[in-house]
Design a protein around this ligand. Structure first.
Ligand code: NOJ
Length: 715
């Protein structure tokens, strides 16, 4: 069996036990009542309590005794019944799991799945204290306690009165507990839901109690010594969950509706996604949690040796900076000649993919929100797909196809299979999809659908499944949020779903991304999964008479390849902008598939330092970034193999740096120093030997960063 597809079990302990109505508590902190069910994580860190009080189900979550989520309601309301009251516990079944599985690609190669689980069967009584035999309906709740979080889902079992069903409301609450109500208070890092730009907003930090509109998940909330992220896992046939604040400390699930107001339509048996609460003392530990992946089903595609992470270049930045155009005219980017130029560049530097946007018919005039014209299996006359694909193959690279449907999903689905078959025939290995429309997408019958409702969740899932049939990897822009389905469908590589590099191209009236944006993303959006941010801008560019550059130093652009995780990372700048640039070496060398990831240091919105070990060599890579403030970060190199010597190639901001003992060894003048506004492209590259017992002092300029490759030195 292929090593890449093996999900093997290194150690498995499965204990199944049943008891009715509830198992005895195993911890003494809160004296549970007779009807309490306690679920305690394997090392005792996380404790979930479930109870039914006067017919209403509630749960509560503690971490080491601190109340993270206080007593919060659960329940579902259907058109035909309400499963949020008159409930009683009929049966509790417990299970524990301790297995390790291998990812075909990812931030970490081996993933431990270690939890305690309780499945609680609830019966609905007509009259109080009805015996189970008199119950009129049944709903299951499954809880899992991991050492770094809590998760639960609803399961509607098959039963006579639920063939087809319609959920009108989910009553799940997240009432943040006493740990978030201390003097320091709790503040949330949020983006608004139900807004025209989908997930493409800058994050706001504000007291939880000041939130006054629904927000997207993952939602990160911090209190002194505690950080949590509320999100969902395995969103495959359900509405996505937004969170409605109550103006104090509670958030309520708010499912994105269909046009008729119904939230979820289905047929029993049916499961909701998992509601997840990642919990950590340090926000950096939220990033390395694998709970989300563990809550998704194992690989369903079998042999995925055709799924291969890689870096890509493309006809893209030139379009956003208005140097070239998607549509016809003298500046058209997607020409046969131009595509060959990018292929030559990719081939020369070892990048596996070349994206060509604007290659197909339909880009005339304003295309945003006007996808009816797009034809996905037909190239415009100036682009010879067959010839370009053949040329790419000869040069050892593959094309990344582009399907911008501008929100016309009905038209897209009609053409999808033919378009995927065409790509497969020409050896295209990845498809980048796009849904550039405000608020709602359109189906062929004229109906309109939220990007995040169940209709679109089903659509995005169909695309991934259809693409797999044609051995295509998928990179979605304007996506539904990630909930870890890459475990089940390993061709679901990466997605946008945040303000990416394109916002720095000068077209956004509100300006580009500020320097702190990328110090927030790893603790918020990236908790959902990989992000196609498209880093690597090396040269300032001119637009409308202005010289522009992302609010970043060049060293920070390099560091983003390590800090931001994506199995497909773009090398976004124009080929000519990399010419004669020594710092380009880092981009050529940095891998996109990792054996292990460690978050060494991090403060949301301020700084983050990440080290990752290459999956295919003994080398480590490090990325460290800061917001608009200069800072020094001390990095003990204890993650390196002890006893080994590594050659460190250091790409750093010019700062008037200090040596190991803290002495300033060179005083760069103000003008020489790197600064995201004044001198963004100043960079220094040095080399030295280091070992695990060394500590590096990283000096980061305002808006700056540092990238390091640690190559195991051969004796
Ligand atoms: C928006 C995407 O985010 C961007 O990458 C793409 O270039 C345009 N849509 C056109 O598809």
């Amino acid at each position: 069996m292929d090593q890449r597809i093996k999900e093997f079990v290194i150690a498995a302990i499965l204990i199944t036990a049943s008891c009715s109505p509830a198992a005895p508590p195993t911890r003494s902190q809160a004296r549970p009542s007779r009807d309490d069910v306690q679920i305690i994580s394997p090392d005792g860190t996380i404790e979930i309590s479930f109870t039914v009080d006067k017919g209403v189900p509630y749960y509560l979550v503690r971490r080491r005794g601190r109340e993270v989520v206080g007593r919060s309601r659960l329940g579902l309301r259907f058109r035909s019944a309400n499963f949020d009251r008159d409930l009683a516990i009929e049966h509790v079944q417990r299970r524990r799991q301790n297995t390790t599985w291998e990812q075909p690609w990812g931030e970490t190669r081996f993933v431990r799945d270690h939890y305690a689980e309780a499945t609680i069967l609830l019966g609905q009584s007509i009259a109080r204290n009805d015996p189970p035999s008199a119950h009129s309906g049944r709903l299951k709740l499954i809880f899992r306690a991991y050492n770094d979080g809590a998760a639960f889902r609803y399961v509607l079992p098959e039963q006579p009165q639920f063939g087809d069903f319609q959920i009108t409301d989910e009553r799940t609450e997240f009432r943040l507990g006493s740990a978030f109500q201390s003097a320091g208070g709790a503040h949330a890092w949020w983006i608004p839901a139900y807004q025209p730009r989908r997930y493409e907003y800058l994050y706001t930090k504000s007291p939880l109690s000041s939130l006054d509109k629904p927000v997207h998940t993952p939602l990160t909330v911090e209190a002194p010594g505690l950080a949590i992220s509320i999100h969902e896992a395995a969103l495959t046939d359900y509405a996505s969950m937004t969170l409605k604040p109550d103006g104090q400390h509670a958030l309520e699930a708010d499912l994105v509706p269909w046009a008729d107001g119904v939230r979820v339509k289905g047929k029993a048996p049916h499961s909701s996604p998992w509601r997840t609460i990642h919990i950590a003392e340090r926000p950096g530990d939220l990033i390395t949690s694998t709970m989300l992946l563990n809550l998704n089903e194992p690989n369903r595609l079998g042999d995925v040796s055709w799924v291969q992470p890689g870096k890509y270049v493309g006809i893209w930045w030139s379009l956003h900076t208005d140097k070239e155009t998607w549509g016809p005219g003298p500046k058209r980017g997607a020409t046969t000649k131009n595509a060959k130029r990018y292929i030559d560049f990719a081939s020369k530097h070892g990048f596996s993919g070349v994206l060509v946007e604007g290659w197909n018919v339909g880009w005339e005039g304003e295309w945003f929100g006007a996808g009816e014209r797009f034809r996905f299996a037909e190239a415009h006359p100036g682009f010879d797909l067959e010839q370009v694909a053949r040329y790419a193959k000869k040069r050892g690279v593959h094309l990344i196809g582009h399907h911008e449907n501008a929100g016309s999903v009905g038209r897209y689905e009609q053409q999808m299979n033919g378009a995927f078959a065409l790509y497969e025939k020409h050896g295209v290995r990845v498809v980048k999809t796009g849904y550039a429309i405000e608020l709602k997408t359109r189906w062929t019958d004229g109906s309109e659908h939220w990007h995040h409702g169940q209709f679109m969740v089903r659509h995005y899932r169909r695309v991934v499944e259809e693409a797999a049939k044609h051995k295509l990897m998928v990179n979605v822009h304007e996506p539904i949020k990630d909930t870890g389905i890459r475990r089940t469908f390993p061709n679901m590589m990466t997605r946008e779903g945040m303000r990416g590099m394109e916002y720095n191209a000068g077209w956004n009236e509100e300006g580009g991304n500020p320097p702190d944006h990328v110090t927030i993303l790893p603790f918020t959006r990236m908790l959902a999964g990989p992000l196609d941010f498209t880093p690597g801008i090396f040269k300032p560019y001119r637009r409308n008479g202005k010289t522009l550059y992302p609010a970043s130093t060049l060293a920070k652009q390099l560091a983003l390849y390590v800090v931001l995780y994506s199995p497909l990372h773009m090398v976004a700048d124009l080929p000519e902008h990399y010419q004669g640039q020594p710092a380009f070496r880092f981009i050529r060398e940095v891998p996109v598939d990792w054996h292990e990831t460690r978050v060494l240091d991090g403060e949301i919105g301020a700084t983050i330092t990440v080290a990752r070990k290459d999956r295919n060599s003994p080398d480590w890579y490090l990325g460290s970034i800061t917001n608009a403030e200069a800072r020094e970060v001390s990095v003990p190199l204890s993650f390196l193999d002890s006893g080994a010597t590594y050659r460190a190639t250091i790409y750093r901001d010019k700062t008037g740096y200090r040596d190991k003992t803290g002495h300033r060894v060179k005083a760069a003048t103000q003008d020489e120093n790197s600064h995201f506004e004044r001198n963004p492209t100043a960079i220094e590259i040095t080399e030295k030997n280091v070992a695990a017992n060394d500590t590096l002092q990283l000096a980061l300029a305002p808006g700056g960063g540092q990238a390091i490759r640690f190559a195991l030195a051969t004796e």
